[in-house]
Write a protein that binds this ligand. Structure first.
Ligand code: FA5
Length: 344
């Protein structure tokens, strides 16, 4: 018959035979640890009763107890490791941020109002049979002035406050008119073209002026072109671009490269023609200049003025945008104020 000590050793062995693989949460595992190893566990009870055993039995039961506790601690710690690892993975996956994920419609930018206006003007003129050309922004004095019948020391140079470059004889173009010269030299007549681009002047910005702004130039050179063709083209463009509420008028003016020359004005869209600060209380806004190509320009580029005639015009692109959208102060176009830009 087995002694009490031998029975205890068998019981201790059965208590130590634990398989916690069915435990799936750290909370459940904590409870099991308490049941098996806590102060009120059966193993603790046996430990407390060790003192009442005879010394020779105390040793074998004590040894079995220690081995059982160590084995259980190892088994439970291993299971704890697995469950803690699973918990970390679960938290990481629930908090994972997918940086490639796109929520809703992506925010994309759009063309600045001036670029949109350039595209719209190009469309209007393309519809009227014009092609689109471009030229350099850094120019030589010859293209920007001399070929346009503005020799050195000509008083008309003061019409364009010029930014000169360090290389002698070069400058930032003050208008898009030098592109007329490029086309006439490089292509020759007949020409039906518009030339949009950026222009530069040493100018203090105000409600109607910027130091870096944009113009669109127009040039027609063909046989028998008259001032009536110019007036008709401008009228056609005004209605197509601004709508029937905006009227245009030509007023006699002076440009060295056109003869006769005219200023092209449209109804101020800010006040509807009543007069306001933007139009200096005149009810009209100057959009550009125009006229018949001066024979001296044809001479400079080698085109026979007896055979060919033509007209040219140059408008402010920024001013077109300003009038089309009733913008009181042109400076907002370059202010980078996202609230303003988003409207268009
Ligand atoms: C010229 O620049 C001539 N090249 C126009 C021309 C072309 C005349 C072909 C005849 C034949 P003007 O300096 O007036 O002209 O400028 C033309 C237009 O550009 C102005 O009416 C205005 O709409 C715009 N503009 C001129 N300066 C500025 C500026 N600082 N800021 C914004 N727009 C401007």
């Amino acid at each position: 018959m087995a002694s009490a000590a031998e029975e205890l050793v068998v019981e201790i062995g059965s208590l130590a035979a634990c398989d916690p693989s069915s435990i799936v949460s750290l909370e459940e595992l904590g409870k099991l640890e308490d049941t098996l190893l806590g102060k009120r566990s059966r193993l603790s009870e046996i430990k407390q009763a060790l003192g009442s055993l005879p010394p020779e039995e105390r040793k074998s039961v004590g040894k079995a107890l220690n081995e059982a506790r160590m084995s259980l601690s190892d088994i439970l710690a291993a299971r704890r490791c697995v469950l803690e690892d699973e918990e970390v993975r679960r938290v990481l996956s629930s908090e994972r941020m997918d940086l490639t994920e796109v929520l809703g419609t992506p925010q994309v930018g759009h063309l600045n109002l001036v670029s949109q206006t350039r595209d719209q003007l190009e469309d209007v003129f393309a519809g009227m049979g014009f092609s689109v050309a471009e030229g350099p922004e850094a120019e030589t004095d010859w293209f920007n002035f001399e070929a346009l019948n503005i020799p050195p020391d000509h008083p008309a140079r003061s019409m364009w406050d010029t930014l000169f470059l360090d290389v002698p004889g070069t400058l930032m173009r003050t208008h898009t008119s030098p592109v007329q010269i490029h086309l006439m030299v490089e292509q020759g007549p007949p020409i039906y073209a518009v030339m949009p681009g950026r222009t530069y002047r040493r100018e203090t910005p105000d409600a109607r002026h910027l130091a870096t702004f944009h113009q669109i130039e127009g040039l027609v050179v063909d046989r028998s072109i008259t001032f009536a063709d110019l007036a008709g083209t401008i009228e056609e463009f005004t209605t197509a671009f601004f709508g029937s509420d905006i009227h245009s008028r030509l007023r006699p003016s002076y440009f060295p490269f056109t003869e006769p020359s005219a200023e092209f004005e449209i109804t101020c869209a800010i006040c509807g023609g009543a007069g306001c600060r933007t139009c200096s209380h005149t009810g009209w806004i100057e959009l550009g200049g125009c006229g018949m190509v001066d024979p001296a320009v044809f001479d400079a580029v080698g085109i026979d003025p007896e055979e060919w005639s033509g007209f040219a015009f140059g408008f402010g692109l920024d001013r077109c945008a300003q009038m089309r959208h009733s913008i009181a102060d042109m400076r907002v176009l370059i202010s980078n104020d996202i609230r303003f830009l988003r409207q268009f």
